[in-house]
Structure formats: structure tokens, C-alpha cells
Design a binder for this molecule. Structure first.
Ligand SMILES: Cc1cc2nc3c(=O)[nH]c(=O)nc-3n(C[C@H](O)[C@H](O)[C@H](O)COP(=O)(O)OP(=O)(O)OC[C@H]3O[C@@H](n4cnc5c(N)ncnc54)[C@H](O)[C@@H]3O)c2cc1C
Length: 412
């Protein structure tokens, strides 16, 4: 039997999270201009924790809710309704904190878990991830930052670019090339670096489209995307996570989770944009009729509904595959690209239906669009994921005479 009913416990949890977002988080968004963001976060975290809503994806043994992939997906859709990200901060499932917790839980030594994972789960530490460089982004194996052994220590030199949250973090996960002679994917290691650190110098937070419009308290940096200079940064051998040469495969593991989390949030954001578009189509009259009575507008709305529906099915299917422990690398790439474009398209439609009003800051749509547009680049640009999927299509055909295996063929 095909059953799209959510299990009762997931439905009940969804209602609890939805109520928390509506009654606690969304009202707090009104204070972003008048209070430091992290003060608001701390208040919300205390309430979320008291309500048992904490680190939904982290196993219970580490202090999280230990939810199934489906449960986590449904919770994240509710969390995504908070565009200010306060929802994600409240439940301590904000990137890059969340993916780092997963990495440490899976690959960290006991000492690293104690020193970093426990305070991360408690919400006492902020961490950032420094992989991308000006020299290498989509192809991260082009990273130039070097790590050279010096007794029991490593000396790192190079530069990083777009390290989100670095200037407000207590710890950085820094990737460096530790063995240029090794096979391409085994040349890199990941180091835990305590901040601030004279060897890890923040050059600046790069001005990024959309973030200039985000409300904030007296110009404070809530996140920022840092350019970093790494000069003779000394780190101990104990600071390597997951073993020497394993930095790249660990990086991919964390990005895989992050891509799905972005997708789940995107459902909530696209739904909000489509609701705004529909409301305007009903309310606005031109040439003697509401926009909603025009076929051209209806088709635009229909396209959005179609894309959201496909997205919801994709997320359900991927959550199910994750629960089965099945390989979902191709579905992950398909969904990452599809959902990022879906969100841009739906917000763009909402902007168009609002006319000039759509591009003003009287509405949130342009701000939403700027953030959504970045999703087509973050965690691997569209073209790289489509390249991966395209290669898998031809490989599947060569291997078995059909491409079904990489086109959702395991569904039926
Ligand atoms: C808001 C934001 C936050 C970020 N946060 C972090 C972070 O916290 N830590 C971190 O390490 N990184 C972070 N990044 C960096 C992000 O992961 C990279 O921007 C991304 O991997 C792309 O790398 P790039 O920008 O160097 O693009 P490039 O590698 O220069 O690629 C440019 C373009 O070339 C095209 N292209 C590349 N390869 C191919 C190919 N094989 N086939 C066809 N076309 C191709 C694509 O169109 C791509 O957009 C962040 C980026 C953004 C925008």
C-alpha cells in the first residue's frame, strides 16, 4: 500500500514546532532592530530547550532529539518559516553549527567531542567552516592552503574566502592540503582552530547582496562571510578531525546534510512567497478585473504550485531513502539544484505579480530573492550538480541499458 500519511508522532511534533514558531519565534523577530541578535537567540534557546525542541537531528546520546530523517525534514520545514533564521537558531539547528555537530559526532575523537561537540550541542559555541578559497570553490580539490608538519604540530598558510560566520565564531574548521603527493581526494585534512587566533586573521566580511537589507541592531554582524588570511597558524596534531587526509570526504558528508536542510527550509519560504503572490492576484484589479481572473497570471501560479508539489515529494522520497540507508548521492544533487531554482522561480513570480511594489523594500520579496539566489551557488553550483547527474545518467545506461536507476526508477 502507498501511504503518504505522516506517522502520528511526526504529526504531533510538527504541531508542537509550528506552535513554537508562531507563538515564540515569529513575535521575537520584531525585536531584531532593537536588541542584539544573539541575546534574542539565547532567550529563544532557553525556551526551545525547556519545550524539548533541541538539535532535532542529533542523536539523543549527544543531547539532541534523535529524530528520524522524516521527522527532521518535517521539523525543518516549520523552522524554515522564520526568514530571520531565528527559528533555526532557537532549535540549535543553524548552519554551519548543525553539520559540524554531525561531523564531530561521527568522526571526532573523545577529546574533541568533549571540548567542542558538548558545548556546540549546548549552544555555547559558534563555529565556522573554512574550505572555499578564491583559488578553489566548486572544485574544492584546488585548495592551496598548506599544512606542513612540524614535530607534533602543523603550520598552516594560505587564504580562505566566504567562511560564513568566521568573524563571530569561537572555533573554525579549517581545511588544508597536508599531502600534495597523495591521490587528489586524500590530500586534505581538517583542523579545529580556536578563535580568535593571530594566525587566522579576518581580513573583512565580504559585502554580499541582500545582507545590507537585513534588519539588525546597531550594525552588528549576525553572520557575515569572511575573507581570511592564514599565516603561520600553528595547530596541534590532536586538532585534526577524522584522521589525516580525510578532510575532503568529511567535507562532502557535511555538505550532503546541509543541502537537504536548505531544501527543507526552501519549501517554507516558497510557500510564503506563493501565498503572497496569490493574495495579490486576488486583491489587485487591472483593466476591470482581478489579476487572478487572467489566464496568464493563473499559469504563473500553476507553475509555482507544480514546482512546490514536486519539491515536497522529492523531500519525502529522499528522507525515506535516508531512513533506509540507501545511496542518495544522485537524488541529493537533483534535489539540491531543483529546489534552489524552484525557490528563485516562485519568489520571482511573486515579485512580478506585485509589479513595482514587488521590488520595493516595503515587501520582503527582494530580500528573500537575494538569499534564495545564493542557494544556486552555495554547497556546489547548479552546473556541478547537473554535471554529476548527467554523468550518472550515461553511466547507468552503459551499465544496465536503462537510465531508470538515476531517474527515480526505484519508486516504480
Ligand atoms: C552565501 C554563501 C555562503 C558560503 N559559505 C561558505 C562557508 O561557510 N564555507 C565555505 O568553505 N564556503 C562557503 N561558500 C562558498 C561556496 O561553497 C562556493 O561559492 C561554491 O562552492 C562555488 O565556488 P566558487 O564561488 O568559487 O565558484 P567557482 O568554482 O569559481 O565556479 C563558478 C561557476 O563556474 C561554473 N562551473 C564550475 N565548475 C563547473 C563545471 N564542472 N561544469 C560547468 N560549470 C561549472 C558554475 O556556474 C559556477 O557557479 C559560501 C558561498 C556563498 C555564496
Amino acid at each position: 500500500m502507498i501511504d503518504f500519511e505522516l506517522p502520528d508522532d511526526v504529526t504531533a511534533l510538527r504541531a508542537t514546532v509550528a506552535a513554537f514558531i508562531d507563538e515564540v519565534v515569529l513575535p521575537a523577530e520584531a525585536h531584531i532592530n532593537t536588541r542584539p541578535y544573539m541575546d534574542i537567540v539565547r532567550d529563544l534557546q532557553a525556551q526551545a530547550r525547556a519545550a524539548g525542541l533541541w538539535c532535532p537531528f542529533i542523536p539523543k546520546e549527544y543531547g539532541g532529539m534523535g529524530l528520524s530523517h522524516l521527522g527532521n525534514a518535517i521539523v525543518q520545514v516549520e523552522v524554515g518559516r522564520s526568514f530571520s533564521m531565528l527559528g533555526a537558531w532557537a532549535l540549535n539547528c543553524m548552519g554551519p553549527q548543525d553539520a559540524t555537530m554531525l561531523t564531530l559526532a561521527e568522526y571526532g575523537t573523545e577529546q574533541q567531542k568533549e571540548r567542542y561537540l558538548v558545548p556546540l550541542v549546548n549552544g555555547d559555541l559558534r563555529i565556522c567552516f573554512s574550505m572555499t578559497e578564491r583559488a578553489a570553490g566548486a572544485d574544492a580539490t584546488g585548495m592551496q592552503t598548506s599544512g606542513v608538519r612540524d614535530g607534533d604540530s602543523w603550520i598552516l598558510n594560505g587564504e580562505k574566502w566566504f567562511s560564513s560566520g568566521a568573524s563571530v565564531s569561537d572555533v573554525a574548521l579549517v581545511m588544508a592540503k597536508t599531502n600534495p603527493e597523495a591521490p587528489r581526494h586524500q590530500q586534505f585534512s581538517t583542523f579545529l582552530v580556536d578563535l580568535p587566533n593571530p594566525g587566522y586573521r579576518i581580513v573583512r566580511d565580504i559585502p554580499v547582496w541582500g545582507e545590507e537589507f537585513a534588519p539588525n541592531f546597531e550594525g552588528e554582524t549576525m553572520m557575515g562571510h569572511a575573507e581570511v588570511r592564514i599565516e603561520n597558524l600553528t595547530v596541534s596534531q590532536d586538532a585534526i578531525v577524522g584522521g589525516l587526509g580525510n578532510g575532503f570526504s568529511m567535507g562532502q558528508h557535511r555538505l550532503g546534510y546541509g543541502r537537504l536542510r536548505h531544501g527543507m527550509w526552501s519549501i517554507a519560504k516558497a510557500q510564503a512567497a506563493l501565498d503572497l503572490a496569490a493574495a495579490q492576484a486576488i486583491a489587485r484589479e487591472t483593466f476591470g478585473k482581478p489579476l487572478a481572473d487572467r489566464q496568464g497570471i493563473n499559469w504563473m501560479l500553476a507553475d509555482c504550485a507544480e514546482k512546490l508539489y514536486i519539491t515536497r515529494l522529492m523531500v519525502l522520497h529522499i528522507a525515506w531513502k535516508m531512513e533506509q540507508g540507501r545511496d542518495l548521492r544522485i537524488e541529493n544533487s537533483i534535489a539540491k539544484t531543483y529546489i534552489a531554482n524552484m525557490l528563485c522561480d516562485v519568489i520571482d513570480t511573486a515579485i512580478q505579480i506585485h509589479g513595482a511594489l514587488g521590488i520595493t523594500h516595503d515587501l520582503p520579496l527582494v530580500n528573500w530573492y537575494a538569499h534564495a539566489r545564493a542557494n544556486r551557488i552555495i554547497d556546489g553550483p547548479d552546473e556541478v550538480h547537473r554535471w554529476t547527474v548527467g554523468r550518472a545518467v550515461t553511466k547507468a545506461y552503459q551499465h544496465s541499458g536503462t537510465t531508470a536507476a538515476v531517474a527515480g526508477g526505484d519508486l516504480f
